[in-house]
Design a protein around this ligand. Structure first.
Ligand SMILES: Cc1ncc(COP(=O)(O)O)c(C=O)c1O
Length: 333
């Protein structure tokens, strides 16, 4: 049986057409400011996000952490949803790089009650740190690709404006949210001061994320990117993959969502997905179930003691979905 790799949508490999676009891309030296393909990608993504400017990064982690460091001063407080990637999987970078205090807030599948945000905003005085940034994630990875709906964003924005607080979106999978809702990306991103968008997940490029915001924010972020070692030279080759992905792989994300739904319908203990991530609750330790599935060529991760995760993407076909449902049928979970 072929291997069905459902560990993550980061496992996708570039297609022949994407590779051809990379090879043919005109390039320059982006640190010196003259790579035309990087500049083109940055202007396309800024327009999609409804922001003035954008900056190309090697990873989503670096884009998120650059945003936090750019928005905040050392000793500021930031508000973050308690299961967020920026604190769960980025090796304490807000503390190490930006030097901020992270205040985590509970949520309903990634959507924080605006009253909870309001109660946690502190203005700086002799004793207290000032809260200068609210960080959200859409779609939300650890909440199974859940969507933070656009209707609530104006409530967060009003709180932020009242308290002089900025808003950053980890929009690694905002592409999936926009495709699932059938709305222009900017409805989900424009209310934020900055947004990071990953190209190397469902969009299928080998490398790359883009951070968007105002021109002055991006000018400052560029210095942070350089400081972190993220200035790249002939990165137009990578940016070309991003341009190809926006053209060819964005609209098709709904196919991944439909396959995720079919997986959830066929597997007992599965949560209904809103996008491309299916969480499955297990009776036995999830690591054991994953090991037995692995022996049947189905690859997936445990994400908690009794929960595993299946992620659909560009390289998962209908036949792979059938094979996975059949494997779950023969492994007691
Ligand atoms: C929600 C979210 N944000 C950020 C990242 C970080 O992206 P990268 O792996 O490119 O650093 C990921 C990676 O899986 C993610 O799922």
């Amino acid at each position: 049986m072929p291997t069905v790799d459902l560990r993550s949508d980061t496992v996708t490999r570039p297609s022949a057409a994407m590779k051809a676009a990379m090879i043919e891309a005109p390039v320059g030296d982006d640190v010196l400011g003259d790579d035309p393909t990087v500049q083109h990608l940055e202007s396309v993504v800024a327009a999609l996000a409804g922001h003035e400017a954008a900056l190309f990064f090697p990873s989503g982690t670096m884009a998120n952490q650059t945003a936090i460091a750019t928005h905040c001063e050392r000793g500021d407080a930031i508000l973050v949803e308690e299961e967020a990637h920026v604190i769960y999987y980025e090796v304490a970078a807000p503390a190490v790089i930006a030097g901020v205090l992270t205040w985590t807030l509970p949520s309903n599948k990634g959507t924080i009650d605006p009253d909870v945000v309001r109660r946690r905003v502190l203005s700086a005085d002799l004793h207290r740190p000032g809260t200068t940034l609210l960080c959200l994630e859409n779609t939300h990875n650890r909440h199974g690709g859940a969507i933070v709906k656009p209707e609530i964003l104006s409530e967060y924005r009003a709180i932020a404006d009242q308290h002089g607080m900025r808003m950053h979106l980890d929009g690694a999978r905002a592409w999936n949210a926009a495709a699932a809702l059938g709305v222009p990306m900017k409805e989900l991103t424009a209310p934020f001061d900055s947004v990071s968008l990953c190209l190397s997940k469902g969009m299928g490029t080998p490398v790359g994320s883009v951070l968007t915001g105002t021109k002055s924010f991006i000018d400052k972020a560029r210095r942070w990117r350089k400081r972190l070692g993220g200035g790249m030279r002939q990165s137009g080759m990578l940016a070309a993959a991003g341009l190809y992905a926006i053209e060819n792989n964005f609209a098709r994300l709904t196919e991944d969502h439909a396959r995720a739904k079919r997986l959830a319908d066929g597997i007992s203990g599965a949560h209904q997905p809103e996008t491309n991530i299916v969480l499955v609750d297990t009776q036995r330790p999830a690591a054991e179930v994953c090991a037995e599935l692995h022996a049947l060529d189905i690859w997936c991760f445990p994400v908690a003691e009794r929960r595993l995760r299946l992620v659909t993407h560009l390289q998962i076909s209908d036949a792979d979905v059938d094979q996975t449902i059949a494997a779950f049928g023969s492994v007691p979970s």
